[in-house]
Design a protein around this ligand. Sequence first.
Ligand code: MN
Ligand code: MN
Length: 466
Amino acid sequence: MYRKNAWNALAEGEKAKLEAFSQKYKAYLDAGKTERECVTESVRQAKEAGFEDLNAVLKAGRQLKAGDRIYCNWMNKCFLAWVIGENDIERGMNILGAHIDSPRIDIKQNPLFENSGFAYLDTHYYGGIKKYQWVASPLALHGVVCKKDGTTLTIAIGEEENDPVFYISDLLIHLAGDQMSKTAAKVIEGDALDIIIGSEPLNGEEKDPVKAQVLSILKDKYGIEEEDFISAELEAVPAGKCRDVGFDRALIAGYGHDDRVCAYPSMAAVMDYEGTPAYTVCAVLTDKEEIGSVGATGMNAMYFENIMAEIVANLKGNDSPLSLRRCLANSRMLSSDVSAGYDPNFAGVFEKNNASIVGYGVTFNKFTGSRGKGGSNDCNAEFVAQVRRICDEADIAWQTAELGKVDVGGGGTIAYVCAKYGMNVIDCGVPVLSMHAPWEAISKVDLWNEYKCYCAFIREAKEFVY
Ligand code: MN
Ligand code: MN
């Protein structure tokens, strides 16, 4: 099948819009290096765009109506936004769903120790990472420290030019004979991901003086005691802002494109919606996708269903469970998640006719999974036909792909979770180079076509009548 480079398909004047959107995305990516920071930034932007807090609406007992713009913050780790449509909510919504957690290195609950003049934080990595990629590189610490008195301290250290950064050491090449002969999985092992956070002893202290020095700084500067790490969520992430790549600045290298490169355009498509849609449009930015969509903030949790139950009950004026089920079953969804960008350096793992080519537009994955489509949501062909038509009518550069060669590997997304309600769901995102590496890369033209696709989808997708 013929595909063309999306840069060649831009209309007159479109490149300036593409660049402007890329700048907004880059600002979001820099503001949101954790799921919590993404929620904080999303709530800020929602308020600025005139969206009302769903909880305030419900508390006031106000009846929702077509055209209302609402948002919801779930446990500071998930964000949802809607524009209420004209049609009966039982006819379903047009949903964009992405995740805002990214692979990283989490700090353990009892993390602080001293060894040979260094103070360290002990860690447990989160999500699928090549551990050797995270050493010998500046790291920032982001997260919260929740104290017994009920207060929460928000932390982000290592992003400002004058901030210190944190560091995991690697073995010098001169002594790495044994290490270099190990497999990549064993070069750096999980328990070796100890982060250096200090190396100056506290004057006069005899027992663990370096650790004591760090603790005294934490106490003075942040009011944190060692015990407070127990109720903290701290994430070590690559330090620094995302950057344009190439003389032409056509790519963006940054931390956490997976999946904020889908989360931001999903949110923006709903917030930028003008007027009142036919069907209610919804963006859901969820957590814990990288570890199996588990927990109270993962897509497998009840929060989406519960929040929708509140909205459906409000709109219908009754709390019939059947209305909620009809709403969910009749919905259409893009599970907005990234694809493996075809990489000529590693051509052997791809089947090029069914690979996502960087610069060739937004990518649909009919199925994900691995080794015989295991664990995938294999979307109905009828729905694939609908999204094809929507994209073509809106002049969107799009392509279809699967994750690598058939028996090489695979991956999953939130698609199967939402599909269990009976809704039509297809995976739709952009190709990413070096997925799950500290610095991933995406193309601005793919991002732009993705945003246009999401806008067209929530405007045009329609229910199936079987
Ligand atoms: Mn993802
Ligand atoms: Mn991922």
